[in-house]
Design a protein around this ligand. Sequence first.
Ligand code: FUB
Length: 333
Amino acid sequence: MSQFQKNSEFKTPLVTHIYTADPSAHVFDGKIYIYPSHDLESHGLDDGSGDHFDMKDYHILSMDDIGAPCVEHGCALHIDDVPWASKQMWAPDAAYKNGKYYLYFPAKDKDGIFRTGVATSLTPTGPFKAEADYIPGSRSIDPAVLVDDDGKAYIYLGGLWGGQLERWATGEYNPDAPQDKGTSDEPALGVLIAEMNSDMLTFKEPLVESKLLDENGEPLKKSDTDRRFFEAPWVHKFNGKYYLSYSTGDTHFLCYAESDSPKGPFKYKGRILEPVIGWTTHHSIVEFKGKWYLFYHDSSLSGGATHLRCVMFRELEIAEDGTITCMKPYDDN
Ligand code: FUB
C-alpha cells in the first residue's frame, strides 16, 4: 500500500438512517462538517426535469476525524422557514466568515425558477436562519463558495436540464428554452461565477459565465458530453492554482479543470471519478490534516434509485503539479 490510506475502509455510506447526497465538505475548527442534500421519497417523474428530487430540508453531518463516527445533527433548515422558496432544496454549500457560518442553497421560488438562498448561524451545524429573499441576481442550482486566502469569496453555480441553466443562456429567463442534449457543436454553457460582497449575503457583481476550455484554449463543445460542464461545480485551491471540478451529467463523470485565477478561465485537465451507481454524481474536495479527500455519493443504499442517494468519501491522490488520479468508485484505488 502507498502512503494513501486503503480506500476500501471508506467505501460505505456515512449515514444509513436517512438518504443524503451532494456532500459539500469543509473543515471548521479542526473538524469535518458535511453539508449534503437530504433525499426523500417523491412522486416526481424521473424524466430529466429533476422533479423527482423533491427535498425539503438540510441535515448536517460531522466527523471529529477520519474514521471517527459520523454524527447527524438533525434539521438545520426547513423549507417552511424559507419565505421565498416553494420546493426542491437541492445541493447546498457552506462557508465561514465574519464569525458566522453561511449556508447557500438552491430552491425554486414561487414562480418555479431556481434561485440561490443564504441562511446564517453562529455554529456550523445550525439551526440556520434564512434571509427573507433569495440572493438578487441568482439563478440555476448547485452553489459552491470558495473563501480565498486573501478573504475574498467567490460563488460558483449552475446546472443543465432540471437545473435550468439553458433557460438563462441569453441572460434573460426563457422558460421555453430547450434542454441541451449534447447534439450541437456550439460552445457548451459554462459555470456561473461571481465574487461575493464582504457581507457574504449578496453578489458583488452580476454572475458571469466562464466557458471551460480544451487543450487548445477553445471552449468545450456541447457535443463533448464526456468533458463539458453539466452541474455540481466545486473549487479547491492547491499550490496556488484553482481547480474547478464538476459533473458531466448524462455521461456521469466527475472531471476537473485548472486556472491561475478563481474566476477562470478554467482549462480541462481530466477525470476524477468514473460513474457511480445511480444517475447523478456530485462531490466536494477538501484537505484535512495534510491529506485530500473526495466526498461523493451514489445510489447504492437504495438499490439504485436515482433520487435516493448516500454520501461517502475516499482519499484522493493529488500530485505536486495538481494532477488528480482518476478513481474507480468500486475499486480500492
Ligand atoms: O440533488 C439534486 C441534484 O442532483 C443536485 O443539485 C445535482 O447536482 C444532482 O446531484
